[in-house]
Design a binder for this molecule. Structure first.
Ligand code: PLP
Length: 418
């Protein structure tokens, strides 16, 4: 095996077909940013786009921009730009609302579909993982409690339990494709097939997948999907999220947030709701246009490459990081949480350490930005569009130095946002 040193990483960078895309982003000098899985970096063109929206579209054209600048169609137009990254067809995705709210709409739609079936009285269970991102569980909890129709959550503790948990009582299997904490990746096609075999529907959260791993919703025969635009898609802080409803389910997609943007004739201003037949039925009300408009800048970068290339580099970066941490920090009791198998790994890597929070804070102070997640996990996101192999080398060297010299403060106060 080639011995890995900084020079070797530099060679990898020189041969990296995605290397030039780093120039598309504003990255602060001296920072190694390994948190693009939480908030993506800023595409350089976002600044001009923001100026255009604020100065021309809002400042000059005011209300005319709903037509002239295409504000009204923005959720669908951006959804169509995103579609190829997740294996969706045109007119199946809209960018709107938050992931939490889109989960609410999708869960409600599934329960409504299932309530029309002959076995509705017994098909009452939502299967999900205890380790799912909290909001996914909370939204399901909130909706089912509020409905008060006997729906209940079944929280499983590992992917292996899925085959036992999914049965004729399952209404919905709701999973996050790549686990936010461990980075473990589900086999979307296999799990979806298992759900369908028992008459259940499958809702996928792609928050840590879109722009990070290859996703093919159509090929996997998935039922519904939601996801974030401010993580790997680099859409900006608080950017609206997306929701995917395939053509085959659009006629049956009904949710209770029947706002005027989902109306068949929104400007007829009718006193009663009639749902639009197309994907716009997933919309609710007026969108934060300034924030929504930023998403295009992130999507434009993806148009310059392919998800296959992104995935290839992602695996190379995460492989390198795991190998370097395990060799160069070998004596420091770091425990890998993320699966080693490529087929089971997303684009971030997590290690546990006794002083994980303190070590992450020390890393951040030295310009290596990762983050901390309970319990005791240091999480590092690898974003192939702007992370280099040399970044990985330097990050591990700084980590090694912090651990070797114990230069972290175990009494450090927790920030409100970890
Ligand atoms: C980041 C993330 C969310 C975020 O939801 P918001 O409504 O945008 O706060 C939801 N689900 C998962 C799995 C996530 O990783």
């Amino acid at each position: 095996m080639t011995s890995i040193d900084q020079l070797y990483c530099k060679t990898l960078d020189q041969n990296d077909p995605l290397a030039a895309l780093r120039e598309e982003f504003n990255l602060p000098a001296g920072m190694i940013y390994l948190d693009g899985n939480s908030l993506g970096a800023q595409p350089k063109v976002a600044f001009q786009r923001a100026q255009q929206v604020i100065q021309e579209e809002w400042g000059n054209d005011l209300i005319k921009s709903w037509n002239k600048a295409g504000w009204f169609d923005l959720p669908s137009r951006l959804g169509n730009l995103l579609a190829p990254l997740i294996g969706a067809d045109a007119d199946e995705v809209v960018i709107t609302d938050s992931t939490s709210i889109n989960l609410f709409k999708a869960i409600a739609a599934v329960l409504n579909i299932q309530s029309k079936k002959a076995d509705a009285n017994t098909r009452k269970v939502i299967v999900t993982e205890r380790s799912n991102f909290p909001t996914d569980i909370y939204m399901a909890e909130g909706l089912t409690q509020w409905l008060d129709r006997g729906y209940r959550l079944h929280l499983i503790d590992s992917a292996e339990e899925l085959s036992k948990a999914i049965n004729q009582d399952t209404a919905l299997v709701m999973l996050t494709h790549v686990n936010y904490r461990s980075g473990a990746l589900h086999d979307m096609a296999a799990v979806t097939a298992m759900a369908h075999a028992h008459g259940a529907l499958c809702l996928w959260d792609l928050a840590h997948s879109a722009g990070a791993v290859e996703v093919n919703l159509q090929q996997a025969n998935a039922d519904f999907a939601v996801g974030c635009c401010y993580k790997y898609l680099n859409g900006g802080p608080g950017a609206p999220a997306f929701i995917w409803v395939p053509k085959r389910h659009q006629a049956d997609f009904h949710h209770p947030l029947t706002g005027w943007w989902g109306h068949a004739a929104p400007f007829a201003m009718l006193p009663s709701f009639t749902v639009t037949p197309d994907i716009r039925r997933a919309l609710c009300g007026t969108q934060p246009i300034v924030s929504l408009a930023m998403i295009e800048s992130g999507l434009q970068v993806f148009a310059k490459t392919s998800m296959a290339s992104v995935r290839q580099k992602s695996l190379a970066l995460t492989d390198l990081f795991i190998q370097l941490v395990e060799t160069r920090c070998a004596q420091h009791q770091l425990e890998l949480v993320t699966p080693r198998e490529h087929a089971q790994r997303g684009s971030h890597v997590s290690f546990t350490h006794q002083h994980a929070y303190a070590v992450i804070q020390a890393l951040i102070e030295r310009g290596v930005v990762g983050d901390y997640r309970e319990p005791g996990i240091m999480r590092f996101g690898f974003t192939p569009l702007y992370t280099s192999y040399t970044d990985v080398w330097i990050a591990v060297e700084i980590l090694r130095d912090i651990l070797d010299s114990r230069s972290y403060n175990t009494n450090i106060q927790r920030n409100a946002v970890t």
